[in-house]
Design a binder for this molecule. Structure first.
Ligand SMILES: [Zn+2]
Ligand SMILES: [Zn+2]
Length: 330
C-alpha cells in the first residue's frame, strides 16, 4: 500500500513524511483493517513531524482523524463495510485507576494514533476494533474527518462545564471549535455570550446567533452559568471566572496556558465556582459528538489534498493558508 511515512532520523522541513510503497498492515487480534477514505490533518501532526513532540517510534505514519471502512477483522458490531472514525486516543489499557473509574481519557497508558501507532496518512490502517467508532448513517467521510480531534474535544468541554439545557454559556475565544460549540448550545436552547478578539471572529459569532458578542476586555451583561475558554491565555480564564454566577463552572479547553495571573479568591472563586481543565476524550464523547454532527448537519469547510500531497497539507496547516480544515482524501 501507499503511505506517508515520517522517519524521525532522516526527515527534513517540507519533506517530513515521504510517500512510500510498504506492506499492507495485518490486523492483529482485536484489530480491524480499515480502508482509509479521509484523514484530517491536525496541528498536532505538525508537532510530530517537526519533532516538537519527542518521536516515540523511528518510523511512523501520522494522522489521527481517520475515516474509513472495515475490510478485515470484521466483528458482529463492526461488520465488513462499516464506516468508522478513529481519533487521537487509539486505545487504553483498560485496567489503570482512571479506566476503572470511567475516565479513560486520563488513562495512564494510552495509545496515540499516528504517534505511538501508525495513523491514517495511508491507504489502509490497522486500528483497535474497540476504538473504531461507527459513523452514524448520513455523515460523509469528508465532513467527519476534520471533526474527529478538536471537534470532539470542544464537545467534551461542554460536558466538563456541565452545560444544561437553557443555560447562559460564555465562549471565550471563537475559532473553529467554538463555532461548532455554539451550534450545539443553540440545539440545547442555551443563550451564548461570546468574548473574543478579532473583528472577524466577532462577526462570525454574531452571524451564528450569539446572544451577545464583546471584545476581549468586555464583560457579558449577565452572569454566566458556564464558560468555556478556548484562548491559551490565563487572563482569559480569570475574565471568564469574573463573569460566572455562584456554583458555575469554567472549562479550560487548552493543552498549554501561559501564566495564570493571581486573582482574588474571595470574589472570583469562592461560592463554589469551579475551574476545570479538559483533557483528551472518551469513546463515548466521540460517538455522541458524531451523532450530533450528523443531526445538526455539520459540514466543516475543508481543503482537500491527495496522499501524494501530504507535505503540502502539513505546510498549509503550518502557515494557515488552507481555506478550512486540511483533509487528505484517498
Ligand atoms: Zn489532533
Ligand atoms: Zn487506563
Amino acid at each position: 500500500m501507499r503511505a506517508a511515512v515520517f522517519d524521525s532520523t532522516t526527515a527534513t522541513p517540507g519533506a517530513w513524511p515521504s510517500i512510500e510503497e510498504i506492506p499492507r498492515p495485518e490486523p492483529r487480534p482485536g484489530e480491524v483493517l480499515i480502508k482509509v477514505r479521509a484523514c484530517g490533518v491536525c496541528r498536532t501532526d505538525l508537532h510530530i513531524v517537526e519533532r516538537d513532540l519527542k518521536p516515540l517510534e523511528p518510523r511512523i505514519i501520522p494522522g489521527h482523524q481517520i475515516v474509513g471502512e472495515v475490510v478485515e477483522g470484521a466483528t458482529a458490531t463492526l461488520p465488513a463495510g462499516t464506516r468508522v472514525g478513529v481519533s487521537w486516543i487509539g486505545g487504553v489499557d483498560g485496567d489503570c485507576w482512571f479506566c476503572r473509574h470511567g475516565m479513560e481519557n486520563l488513562c495512564d497508558h494510552p495509545v496515540f494514533t499516528g504517534y505511538s501507532v501508525n495513523g491514517g496518512y495511508a491507504e489502509f490502517a490497522a486500528v483497535r476494533a474497540d476504538f473504531a467508532n461507527p459513523l452514524p448513517a448520513g455523515l460523509e467521510p469528508i465532513h467527519a474527518a476534520p471533526l474527529l480531534c478538536a471537534g470532539v474535544i470542544g464537545f467534551r468541554s461542554l460536558r466538563v462545564a456541565g452545560v444544561e439545557r437553557g443555560e447562559r454559556v460564555g465562549l471565550y475565544g471563537f475559532g473553529s471549535s467554538a463555532s461548532l460549540a455554539i451550534r450545539i448550545l443553540h440545539a440545547w436552547d442555551c443563550q451564548v455570550y461570546v468574548v473574543t478578539r478579532g473583528e472577524q471572529h466577532r462577526k462570525v459569532a454574531e452571524s451564528l446567533g450569539a446572544a451577545w458578542v464583546g471584545d476581549e476586555d468586555a464583560k457579558p451583561p449577565v452572569e454566566l452559568d458556564r464558560a468555556i475558554t478556548f484562548a491559551p491565555a490565563g487572563k482569559v480564564v480569570v475574565a471568564a471566572l469574573a463573569a460566572l454566577r455562584k456554583g458555575g463552572v469554567v472549562a479550560i479547553n487548552a493543552i498549554h496556558l501561559d501564566q495564570m495571573p493571581a486573582f482574588d479568591y474571595d470574589r472570583l472563586l469562592w461560592g463554589e465556582r469551579q475551574l476545570r481543565s479538559v483533557a483528551n476524550m472518551t469513546r463515548q464523547d466521540a460517538r455522541d459528538f458524531l451523532t450530533l454532527a450528523r443531526d445538526l448537519n455539520f459540514r466543516p469547510a475543508v481543503a482537500t489534498f491527495s496522499l501524494d500531497d501530504a507535505n503540502r497539507a502539513l505546510e498549509a496547516v503550518k502557515h494557515e493558508t488552507a481555506e478550512g480544515s486540511a483533509v487528505i482524501m484517498l
